[in-house]
Design a protein around this ligand. Structure first.
Ligand SMILES: *[C@@H]1O[C@H](CO)[C@@H](O)[C@H](O)[C@H]1NC(C)=O
Ligand SMILES: *[C@@H]1O[C@H](CO)[C@@H](O)[C@H](O)[C@H]1NC(C)=O
Ligand SMILES: *[C@@H]1O[C@H](CO)[C@@H](O)[C@H](O)[C@H]1NC(C)=O
Ligand SMILES: *[C@@H]1O[C@H](CO)[C@@H](O)[C@H](O)[C@H]1NC(C)=O
Ligand SMILES: *[C@@H]1O[C@H](CO)[C@@H](O)[C@H](O)[C@H]1NC(C)=O
Length: 528
């Protein structure tokens, strides 16, 4: 009898614990009567996200966080990032004033959702988007969301917001280290500027730029041109100046994380590999660091050294520059017409523009409300304009301050037109002319040398004094040679043109033996 009742009790206990486990895994909400105690967790309805206590990296501190229910369980949000627990006594609950709170064993509030006008009948629910939402149960209205207070992770449906004049309102903030989620040096958000643009800041200094938003993508991120079209959204309210940046790619598990080193990474879940795939958005090379080559410097990760001055510019401090210290940047070699007119009143040819293809456009672009076709003309006629560029989505952009943060992309990216003095642009043409002339002189010299060797070998007529060379292209003449060479030339067996013409039957084709790099070679029959 006693044995039987024990058995029944045992069965009941098993049933109850099974029931409890079932409830435990299915729960996605926290209420005042149903708090979450370390090490319990709650899980979103579709099992995509988990909320609970965790210890990051090698730390033994306890934090409340939300993580992906997938391999390596990446943490996407942390509540008490500033105030960790030092033991396992933590509780996540709803306080009497209707806030979501993290309490330690002494019932001290380590973190609170901190909504002031809160109601008392509330519950916190973890959604399948990764958002933790505090609901007023009486009205059903959401009074607080974890998406409003992101840590270092940007998820689909989240909005990074900012004011065009005052700067970011909601932004990402990196962890201090992989074992310490407290706020690190780096933040990511939309900056205050004429054209909306994303930035990573390091201790509030610009560290990386996305380039301006053109309605579909940031034009300073070439990888956005190939994919991602239409997945991102940036809404700017012209009246209030508020900007919202979000994204949505249906049926994908992906997120962006700002790492402790200040790199913006995209992580995509790959079903086939059963693992996360990482794509770097910033900091692929040093060129991605803001202003790496200084003002009027251009960075090209495929060149060595990676920094060079824009054409028409030279290092400001040659010594530092040649040592690889690019911070001083470059200065203009020849003054612009504008500057000269201002100073001397001289009349000269007008400035021109040099086209630089596939560039990351410099910082501080101004958008002009004029047709793209008038962009060049406007810039040319306004002495404060030192460069322009255009994009179908943005329109005409001009620059009136020193150009900084220019990068040469291997592919993709807009063209940049920089203003240069006419003489600087014409120098280009001279180079093109000079090269063939020099090449011609060298060809002549080689040709003469081989002719001399050939003649010497065949021991033909000597002591001819008239220096006349075979000259079919008029590019080759004695004036091209120096004294020594002339002396040598006088020792050569030389023929006048008539003799050669006769000997080759007026350079008749059948007498042509072949053609080398230095000219045609003919078979000759000399009279003697
Ligand atoms: C909570 O909100 C109040 C007022 O809105 C603010 O002064 C206080 O700093 C906030 N506390 C925390 C921990 O965010
Ligand atoms: C909270 O709201 C729910 C839904 O309206 C209701 O069923 C419940 O009784 C309320 N609880 C309290 C304590 O008011
Ligand atoms: C996403 O998945 C759902 C359900 O599997 C499907 O109905 C929907 O069409 C998919 N959407 C896209 C854009 O592929
Ligand atoms: C680079 O040049 C700047 C300005 O001349 C100087 O202040 C700085 O110390 C130099 N940096 C290094 C690493 O030499
Ligand atoms: C030249 O451009 C600057 C910057 O856009 C502007 O402030 C200035 O009024 C322009 N000057 C003229 C003469 O158009």
């Amino acid at each position: 009898m006693e044995l039987r009742s024990r058995r029944i009790l045992f069965v009941i206990v098993i049933l109850l614990s099974g029931f409890y486990t079932y409830l435990g895994t299915a729960i996605d909400t926290i209420t005042a009567s149903q708090p979450n105690r370390d090490p319990e967790t709650i899980i979103s309805n579709g099992s995509d996200f988990i909320l609970g206590f965790f210890s990051p990296g090698i730390s033994s501190n306890r934090y409340v966080g939300i993580w992906y229910n997938k391999k390596s369980e990446p943490v996407i949000w942390v509540a008490n990032r500033n105030k960790p627990l030092h033991d396992a006594s933590g509780v996540v609950s709803i306080s009497e004033d209707g806030n979501l709170v993290v309490l330690n064993g002494q019932n001290e509030v380590l973190w609170s959702s901190n909504v002031s006008n809160s109601v008392t009948n509330v519950s916190a629910q973890l959604l399948d988007t990764g958002n933790l939402v505090l609901h007023d149960l009486t009205t059903g209205i959401s009074i607080w969301e974890s998406f409003q207070e992101p840590t270092n992770t940007f998820l689909a449906g989240m909005e990074l917001s900012s004011h065009m004049r005052t700067g970011p309102i909601v932004q990402l903030r990196s962890w201090k280290s992989p074992s310490d989620p407290s706020p690190g040096s780096f933040s990511f958000g939309i900056g205050s500027s004429d054209i909306p643009e994303g930035f990573i800041w390091k201790d509030s200094q610009v560290y990386w730029r996305t380039g301006p938003w053109n309605g579909q993508l940031f034009i300073g991120i070439p990888l956005m041109y190939s994919s991602y079209i239409d997945g991102f959204q940036l809404l700017a309210d012209g009246q209030t100046g508020f900007v919202n940046f979000s994204y949505s790619f249906p049926n994908t598990s992906m997120f962006f994380v700002l790492t402790t080193l200040g790199i913006l990474e995209e992580r995509d879940w790959d079903d086939k590999k059963n693992d996360w795939e990482v794509t770097f958005w910033s900091r692929e090379t040093e060129c991605d660091v803001y202003g790496w080559c200084g003002t009027f410097g251009s960075c090209n990760p495929e060149k060595k050294p990676i920094c060079s001055c824009l054409r028409g510019f030279e290092p400001k401090d040659m010594e530092q520059w040649s040592r690889g210290n690019w911070t001083n940047g470059c200065v203009r070699k020849r003054p612009l017409l504008c500057d000269r007119i201002n100073k001397t009143g001289e009349v000269a040819k007008e400035d021109g523009f040099l086209k630089l293809e596939m560039m990351k456009l410099p910082y501080f672009a101004e958008r002009l409300p004029i047709p793209v076709a008038d962009c060049r003309e406007y810039c040319l006629n306004n002495c404060s304009c030192i460069a322009y560029a255009y994009d179908a989505g943005i329109g005409c952009m001009i620059w009136t301050v020193s150009l900084i943060d220019i990068l040469k992309f291997p592919k993709g990216g807009p063209d940049l037109y920089i203003r240069l003095a006419r003489s600087e642009l014409e120098k280009d043409n001279k180079v093109v002319v000079i090269v063939p002339v020099v090449a011609g002189i060298i060809t002549c010299a080689i040709f003469t040398f081989f002719l001399w060797r050939w003649m010497a070998k065949h021991k033909t007529v000597k002591d001819k004094s008239r220096a006349l060379l075979l000259d079919r292209d008029d590019t080759c003449s004695v004036e091209n040679f120096n004294e020594v060479e002339l002396q040598e030339l006088q020792d050569l067996p030389l023929f006048d043109l008539e003799t050669l013409a006769t000997a080759t039957n007026n350079f008749y084709l059948t007498n042509k033996l072949g053609q080398g790099g230095f000219g045609p070679v003919y078979k000759v029959t000399l009279a003697d």
